[in-house]
Write a protein that binds this ligand. Structure first.
Ligand code: SAH
Length: 217
């Protein structure tokens, strides 16, 4: 694509984000800095600056940019935060978080996705993301507790181990509901005495699955 057309598309991309409620300067700045085009391959790369989810390897999807922006805003990330993301996928959400947080841990059950995402993080010179292969439903007990946790696959309920690994005062954002239906994006705040829940909006995510994927899944 010629540079003028690319610049034009990127401007439209930011405009679409703002018009869909992504209004925080820090979040918009991160989304301007991280080129979504690097996280989408092949036929779909041309559509990287549209506000739409797109297919990635292993039958998964890179989320819709406005949903990435709204989830990031809901997470209220600060520069001191240690963040856990469950569901690396393309790595795009983790890269956005890396601009806002001190450190990001991201986990995916597909080895290939983790390897590809690591390649993009290297290309971008991002050094504060640790990406791991595993079943993220169990969190990362060795690195817990976390200031912020974001789950980018739908669970029937917020996974217990993730709630347990959230700091007091911490925030978790997670889509909850059946995988084949519309789900609710939930924000959980951990207080001294328990958890406060609020429902943010309807979303649609691929399901949170058990275990590490087999090589050919
Ligand atoms: N955040 C991603 C999109 C995630 S798609 C992005 O920015 O591109 C959801 C991802 O969750 C998929 O890659 C899927 O493999 C992963 N996933 C599903 N269940 C999981 C589990 N139990 N542990 C870790 N990753 C999981």
């Amino acid at each position: 694509m010629d540079p003028d057309a690319l610049a034009e598309r990127k401007m439209q991309f930011l405009f679409a984000l703002r018009s869909r409620g992504v209004t925080e300067a820090a979040v918009l700045g991160a989304m301007e800095a991280v080129d979504r085009g690097l996280f989408v391959r092949g036929l779909f790369a041309e559509r990287a600056y549209e506000d739409t989810p797109l297919p990635i390897a292993c039958g998964q999807t890179i989320s819709q940019p406005s949903v990435v922006g709204l989830m990031t805003q809901a997470l209220e990330v600060t520069p001191r935060d240690k963040v856990l993301e469950v569901g690396t996928g393309s790595g795009y959400q983790a890269a956005i978080l890396s601009q806002l947080a001190r450190r990001v841990y991201t986990v995916d059950r597909h080895k290939r996705l983790v390897q590809e995402a690591r390649g993009v993080f290297d290309t971008l010179g991002i050094v504060n993301i640790t990406s791991l292969i595993g079943d993220g439903s169990f969190g990362l007990p060795d690195q817990a507790p976390f200031d912020r946790i974001i789950v980018t696959a739908a669970a029937e309920d917020p996974p217990g181990p993730l709630l347990a690994q959230l700091k007091i005062g911490g925030i978790m954002v997670v889509p909850v509901g059946q995988s084949d239906a519309v789900q609710s994006l939930i924000r959980v705040r951990r207080t001294e005495s328990g958890f406060d829940y609020d429902e943010l909006r309807a979303v649609r995510f691929v399901p949170l699955l058990e275990g590490v994927a087999r090589e050919n899944d």
